[in-house]
Design a protein around this ligand. Structure first.
Ligand code: G6P
Length: 479
């Protein structure tokens, strides 16, 4: 298809899969954005010559479709006030904390909700314009939960899927939301609703029964008009082979050695890689490491901690507070335990390309992933995919969706600092055989369940919910 025509597969996500950059000659350009959602969907979109509808970031008013990185992109614009109310407000200061176990207190504001409705309608209307007759539209994530019902009303011929990348909260928490019923009804516009874990799908079905009053049986909701909606788990993954290939490359190997040298070749390197988000448990993780140093289990010659924190949602107050807290903590830990030229914690507030991350994953002995709540956590899987040497340890929070699959990690409760300390120490002391045994099992899981398989499965099951309807979607090409 071309940017002016329609598409048989339309992806609708808050963000476009590209970031604005300035080319060396000063002209504006785009590069693929890092991050889970993008790497997850790019292959299936390419295989189907589909369209991706999303917000390019910023308050640019341009809505002309364009092509970048071989993808047909349809931008949705937002005014500065809409960014504040829909994106920073309702999406990231209401829904995000509410859906993550109220780790921070969600704020409820009626103007934010109004803006959420307006922007969801804007996305739905654009999708209705670009989708071909009987096309498949796949809507993504918590920012766009009203789109399925809005789109169904405009285009009943479409096959509509929805996937939630973050956790779906238990009923006790979801019920706090003043607009709980509208959100449930918005999602029910889809034929298939995918979640990371089966517990989340069950929470949703139970809420629909209790709050909306529809009949349900197992994972199926029966609507009064005869339509059925299925809610099930589809744990997301990564381009596993792509990461392994990167990690095997000579450049990455060279860069990994460089990183170890720059760190002074300590015996072990601990690594954390996260968006700078209060759900990620960065504060407690760094404290646990610092206490191990303070307790004399190792000094800065034996072990260093590298924390890469990608800047995120910097206009939202809770994120600013977190940044200050982490800055202070890192300063204090290094002041207490560092030596000249040897800080205990190397803190990088920056975002790096995939190649650089692969080098960090190869360089690190112990990957520390300790979110207080996380839908999946793709970093844990990326680390495993990069460890083709069957070495390296993973310390992983029980409250990350990935813990369901990566059972051979050192699983921890991120609220239990002592438990976390002993897991870090066990991982630090583990011998080669132990590391290999665990890593081999985790690699089998990650290499066999990649993102192409995830997308295939979702789209196949979406087609099965409406079998006599719509065109079929080609599976993603495997790399
Ligand atoms: C999470 C969400 C995505 C979101 C990403 C980055 O992974 O599930 O929907 O795009 O974070 O956050 P941002 O607010 O920068 O889009």
């Amino acid at each position: 298809m071309s940017t002016s025509g329609g598409a048989d597969l339309v992806i609708v996500a808050n963000r476009l899969p590209v970031d604005r950059i300035e080319n060396p000659d000063g002209s504006p350009g785009w590069r693929p954005s890092p991050g889970g959602l993008v790497s997850a969907l790019e292959p299936v979109l390419r295989a189907n010559d589909g369209i991706w509808i999303g917000w390019p970031g910023g308050a640019d008013g341009d809505t002309a479709p364009f092509e970048a990185e071989g993808l047909d992109l349809v931008p949705i614009s937002m005014t500065p006030q809409e960014i504040e109310e829909f994106y920073e407000g309702f999406s990231n200061a209401t829904l995000w904390p509410l859906y993550h176990d109220v780790v921070a207190k969600p704020e409820f504001h009626r103007e934010w909700w109004d803006s959420y409705v307006t922007i969801n309608r804007r996305f739905a209307e654009r999708a209705a314009e670009v989708a071909n007759e009987a096309a498949t539209v796949w809507v993504h994530d918590y920012q766009l939960q009203l789109v399925p019902a809005m789109l169904r009303e405009l285009r009943p011929d479409l096959r509509i899927g929805f996937y939630l990348h973050i956790p779906f909260p238990p009923a006790e928490l979801f019920q706090q939301l003043p607009w709980r019923r509208q959100i449930l009804e918005g999602l029910l516009g889809a034929d298939l609703i995918g979640f990371q874990l089966s517990g989340a799908a069950q929470n949703f079905v139970r809420l629909v029964r209790q709050r909306v009053g529809h009949k349900t049986h197992r994972d199926v909701v029966y609507l009064p008009d005869g339509r059925t909606v299925r809610a099930a788990a589809f744990p997301i993954s990564i381009d596993s082979a792509g990461y392994e290939e990167l990690a095997r490359s000579e450049e990455v190997a060279r860069r990994a050695t460089e990183i170890r040298d720059a760190l002074g070749n300590p015996r072990k390197i601990f690594l954390g890689v996260d968006r700078l988000d209060y759900t990620k448990g960065i504060y407690a993780r760094l404290r646990a490491f610092a206490e191990l140093v303070a307790d004399g289990h190792f000094d800065v010659e034996d072990a260093v901690f590298v924390q890469v924190a990608t800047p995120s949602r910097e206009q939202v107050e809770q994120y600013r507070l977190l940044r200050d807290d982490i800055d202070r903590l890192v300063g204090r830990i290094n002041g207490d335990h560092g030596q000249i030229g040897r800080p205990a914690i190397h803190y990088l507030h920056a975002s790096y390309p995939r190649e650089e991350m692969a080098a960090y994953f190869r360089a690190a002995d112990i990957m520390v992933v300790t979110p207080l709540r996380d839908g999946m956590n793709l970093v844990a899987k990326e680390y495993v995919a990069c460890r083709f040497d069957n070495e390296g340890a993973l310390v992983l929070s029980e409250f990350a969706g990935a813990a369901d699959e990566l059972r051979q990690a050192w699983l921890i409760n991120p609220y239990d600092i002592n438990g976390m300390k002993s897991a870090l120490l066990d991982a630090y002391r583990a011998d080669g055989r132990e590391l290999t045994r665990r890593m081999k099992a985790m690699r089998k899981q990650v290499m066999e369940h990649d993102v192409a398989a995830w997308a295939d499965k979702f789209l196949t099951e979406l087609a099965a919910v409406r079998p006599s309807h719509g065109k079929s979607v080609r599976p993603a090409r495997r790399s």
